[in-house]
Write a protein that binds this ligand. Structure first.
Ligand code: HEC
Length: 194
């Protein structure tokens, strides 16, 4: 009888370990935390209503006009970007409210010059080290790296931040699935130093 009990306990332990092992295998086969459906939905939101590529993907001029450079998808303003000279007096109440560079990732306005961020999962230069929570908070509160300075225009965080947490989560899932691009985005330039 005692021997039988012993046998049952051993079988139970083996069973639990096998379930944990195979359960873990199934989860990692789903490519991490997010399902393909969530990633696809995030892609849909980014490339349609979100319009994130409009500012965060460098554009190149083709015979068909300016198009996304698919090799640098969502990698932000290129590190070697040369900000074109901004003639005195062109920005202001009598002039223009905003200028945009040819590659569409750099913006000049009364706030100075701002550069679209690298949203790829590159750990050193993109948002690869961000948690999902940080990403959602960044868009809710409009703060650089979620807790830093106020985000500059024209990042439309006030509108984007009103998306549901579920939508923002899917966007994050998609961004974490794209190709990491190493690109150190230049720091913003204050007005008058442009
Ligand atoms: C009209 C242009 C524009 C659009 C559209 C836009 N962004 Fe931005 N975004 C910017 C600029 C410019 C910055 C940099 C602002 C700064 O340096 O303060 C930025 C910054 C960010 C940051 C902060 C990064 C950091 O390092 O703190 C995140 C996150 C972000 N954008 C996500 C998105 C997502 C997701 C979308 C689409 C849903 C989007 N943006 C659409 C222009 C835009």
């Amino acid at each position: 009888m005692r021997r039988n009990m012993h046998y049952l306990v051993v079988m139970f332990v083996i069973g639990v370990s096998a379930a944990a092992f195979f359960g873990f295998g199934v989860r990692s086969a789903k490519s991490g935390k997010y399902s393909t459906a969530e990633i696809q939905r995030g892609k849909y939101l980014v490339s349609t209503a979100g319009g994130c590529n409009d500012c965060h993907t460098p554009h190149v001029l083709t015979s068909g006009g300016l198009v996304n450079d698919s090799t640098r998808l969502l990698s932000g303003a290129p590190s070697d970007e040369k900000v074109p000279v901004i003639p005195d007096g062109i920005i202001g109440s009598e002039g223009w409210s905003m200028l945009q560079s040819n590659d569409e990732t750099t913006f000049a306005g009364p706030w100075g010059v701002s550069f679209a961020a690298n949203l790829t999962p590159d750990k050193a230069t993109g948002i690869g080290s961000w948690t999902e929570k940080m990403f959602i908070e960044c868009l809710h509160d409009g703060k650089y790296w979620a807790t830093g300075r106020e985000l500059l225009p024209p990042m439309p965080w006030e509108e984007m931040g009103k998306m549901s947490d579920n939508d923002l989560r899917d966007i994050y899932a998609y961004l974490m699935s794209i190709k990491p691009v190493s690109n150190v985005v230049p720091s913003p330039v204050p007005p008058k130093q442009q």
